[in-house]
Ligand binder design. Structure first.
Ligand code: MG
Length: 169
C-alpha cells in the first residue's frame, strides 16, 4: 500500500457540563457517542453536545481533507437545527466516501469525571460502529478521568483518531 492509500485524521471536542436536573437546570441530557447517560450534569451546547461524536466527525473530515464540523454544519443553518449528532457523523462519512475514503479504524478517548463511561463503553462502541457502518472490532473507545483535585466545574473532552483507507480511486 502506498502512502496515498491511507490517511489519518484527528478530532477534539469539549463541552462544559452543568446541572441538567432539578430547578435551574441549564444543561442538556448527557449523550456520549449517541448513548444517553443518566447524569445530574449535562453539556451546555447549541447541539446535543455529544463531544465524542463531534471529535470522531472532525477526525473523519480531517482525514478526507474536508472542512471541519463547524464549517460544514453551522449552528445558524436551519437544516441542522436540533439535529442529532449522528447525522453529522453519517454525513461526514458520506462525504468522505464520495472522495473515495472509507473508515479503517477509530480510536477515541473520552475524558470525563462523571458519570463513569466503563459500564456502557460497549454500548457506545456498538452504536458508533452502526453509524460508521463498520465492524465494531475496528472501533475503540477508552474512558479516562481528569484526576484534577478541587475543580469547580465539570468538563467532558473527547479525542479521536481515525484511519481511513482508499476504497476507490
Ligand atoms: Mg461539540
Amino acid at each position: 500500500m502506498s502512502t496515498a492509500d491511507f490517511r489519518v485524521g484527528f478530532g477534539y471536542d469539549s463541552h462544559r457540563l452543568v446541572p441538567s436536573a432539578g430547578s435551574g437546570a441549564i444543561g442538556r441530557p448527557l449523550v456520549i457517542g449517541g448513548v444517553l447517560f443518566r447524569s445530574e450534569v449535562g453539556p451546555r451546547a447549541h447541539s446535543d453536545g455529544d463531544a465524542l461524536m463531534h471529535a470522531i466527525t472532525d477526525a473523519v473530515l480531517g482525514a478526507a481533507g474536508l472542512p471541519d464540523i463547524g464549517e460544514l454544519f453551522p449552528d445558524q443553518d436551519p437544516r441542522w437545527k436540533g439535529a442529532k449528532s449522528e447525522v453529522f457523523l453519517a454525513e461526514a462519512c458520506r462525504l468522505a466516501g464520495e472522495r473515495g475514503w472509507g473508515i479503517g479504524n477509530v480510536d477515541a478517548t473520552v475524558v470525563v469525571e462523571r458519570p463513569k463511561l466503563g459500564p456502557r463503553k460497549e454500548e457506545v462502541r456498538q452504536n458508533l460502529a452502526r453509524i460508521l457502518r463498520v465492524d465494531p472490532a475496528v472501533v475503540n473507545v477508552k474512558g479516562k478521568t481528569h484526576e484534577l483535585d478541587g475543580r469547580t466545574d465539570d468538563l467532558i473532552e473527547a479525542m479521536a483518531v481515525v484511519g481511513m483507507v482508499r476504497v476507490r480511486g
